[in-house]
Design a protein around this ligand. Sequence first.
Ligand code: CAA
Length: 257
Amino acid sequence: MVYETLLVEQRGAVTLITLNRPQALNALNSQVLAELIAALEAYDADESQGCAVLTGSEKAFAAGADIKEMASKGFADMYGGNFFAGYDRVTATRKPVIAAVSGYALGGGCELAMMCDFILASDTAKFGQPEIKLAVSPGMGGSQRLARAVGKAKAMEMCLTGRMMDADEAERAGLVSRILPAAELVDEAVKTAALIAGMAPLAIKANKEMVNAAYETTLAQGVQFERRLFHALFGTADQKEGMAAFVEKRPGNWTGK
Ligand code: CAA
């Protein structure tokens, strides 16, 4: 598929997806959504690919949903068309997606980063939910995911004031897993993705699924779900290979079975 708003490239077993609407600071319009979902679904279905990185430019991961596209819409368009519901498909990706965020991740940009499995931030990253300044609110899950990531106090303050959080604060608050120098962000993210892609494919999916379950279930149900998936991995050839490889002091050779 030819993309107009994305650059998609495979680096070994890593799919690197770059949002590419520089003239609008990667604002997320309907075309970006359609292309992003197509790129993620192609990645998820491609057995040669083990992990993806989603990034933007050095100035902006994404400055939000496209305000110019939304400005004239009314309730019937938004509610009737279930505007933004398509983004749920980002989180339906079964293989991991790392957000590599440099510059602005605002509104839908912050929300998109939070839909990924974890966020690596450059030292220039700025996160915010400034929708209130437009007399609206987050609409792609930001009020929920931000509150879960950084707690109610910071999430509430950010949603009510539109204040941005810099990379240091975001790391302290648990929104991002690591901060990297801007010039190294994408290469480091790809390196991390390659490390993940080198693990056994079924174990990658199981680990992602069980960590995500922590957000959807009670502790007892989550622990039970983890244990059952852990048991299930003992039905895979790769578990036999992984443990034999450890004992024989050699790298594992995975079949994905
Ligand atoms: N939608 C549409 N266009 C946008 C945009 C957006 N979210 N953000 C930036 N742009 C456009 C600007 O209109 C401008 O285009 P023109 O050159 O045609 O005027 C271009 O990108 C460059 O932007 P600026 O000149 O504003 O750049 P700056 O460096 O002065 O400021 C900024 C950068 C602080 C990020 C500023 O662009 C800004 O505040 N952007 C909007 C941020 C925002 O409100 N995001 C939330 C959107 S609503 C949303 O996301 C809803 C939701 O929950 C999903």
